[in-house]
Write a protein that binds this ligand. Structure first.
Ligand code: 2AM
Ligand code: CA
Ligand code: CA
Ligand code: CA
Length: 263
């Protein structure tokens, strides 16, 4: 497995931020926490991890644009490249002492995601992918799962943050999928869910109301692991539509159909 210099920069940044998160995870009760929106918490750990990542990436490629969850968008002088960063995906898990959280870093070149890194420091699992070069979990090549029937599948999802009583459409979809699969998982860390699809742990995944930093690294990873990933209409506008469906070709298709069934 030969990593490019750029992927190495991303891996170093993700692991350094991951070590900072692991330290803070050990003293989570001492962290200052604030609320950004309904159910959307941010802590010193998120901010510190983002500072570390942007420092590392900025030192290596000072001209690239940046889109990062906690500090927003910054336009660089290089019109071609953009880093897309989620310093801590799964903040709610993190703050509850649940070790399902990750750093996610992606690189976009002329609007195409060309590399992605997702690192879960609690399990020391590093997921990486580069376009044309395959996807890896630590040093092992990843492939999406090969199951062909939805009834055999474990499917991940996330519950979108909607107001009280506003989950009707989501509950219909959930009921339809639950009726057809072997199991549902709701981990609470979308980047990690996508990495798990690439690793063949989850057979498929769907979620609404996600931001580019939740999805970017996972998208290139799933494609490089031989999977299919699209927006809810089957197109490639995940960042505009803020939603995603993933799986192998067959499961992606059957999951899309299950989600469209009427109540
Ligand atoms: P975060 O932890 O980085 O905020 C949970 O289903 C997933 O949705 C997590 O990946 C979480 O990312 C993301 N998410 C997106 N919008 C959210 C919101 N408003 N509140 C909580 N989680 C959100
Ligand atoms: Ca957040
Ligand atoms: Ca996130
Ligand atoms: Ca985050």
């Amino acid at each position: 497995m030969a990593r490019s210099a750029l992927l190495n920069v991303m891996v170093q940044a993700a692991m350094k931020a991951g070590r900072s998160l692991a330290r803070d995870f050990g003293e989570v009760q001492n962290l200052q926490v604030s609320l950004k929106g309904p159910g959307d918490y941010v802590s010193q750990a998120d901010r510190k991890a983002e500072e570390i990542i942007l420092g590392e990436l900025g030192r290596a490629r000072p001209t690239y644009s940046v889109l990062a969850e906690e500090s927003g968008a910054r336009k660089g002088t290089d019109g071609m490249h953009r880093w897309i960063v989620d310093p801590l995906d799964g903040t709610t898990n993190f703050l509850h002492g649940i070790p399902l959280f990750a750093v996610s870093i992606a690189l976009e070149r002329q609007g195409e995601i060309v590399a992605g890194v997702i690192y879960n420091p609690a399990m020391d699992e590093l997921f990486t992918a580069e376009r044309g070069n395959g996807a890896f979990l630590n040093d092992r090549r990843m492939r999406v799962a090969g199951r062909r029937a939805l009834t055999d599948c474990v499917i991940g999802t996330g519950v979108p943050h909607l107001g009280r009583g506003e989950h009707g459409k989501y509950l219909v979809e959930l009921r339809n999928v639950m009726g057809e699969v072997s199991g549902i998982r709701r981990m609470g860390a979308a980047a990690l869910d996508l990495a798990y699809v690439a690793a063949g742990r989850l057979d498929g995944f769907w979620e609404e109301r996600l931001s580019p930093w939740d999805m970017a690294a996972g998208i290139v990873m799933i494609r490089e692991a031989g999977g299919f990933v699209s927006d809810r209409e089957g197109g490639s506008k995940m960042f505009d539509k803020n939603n995603v469906i993933a799986g192998n070709e067959r499961i992606h298709k059957d999951l899309s159909a299950a989600l469209k069934r009427p109540a």
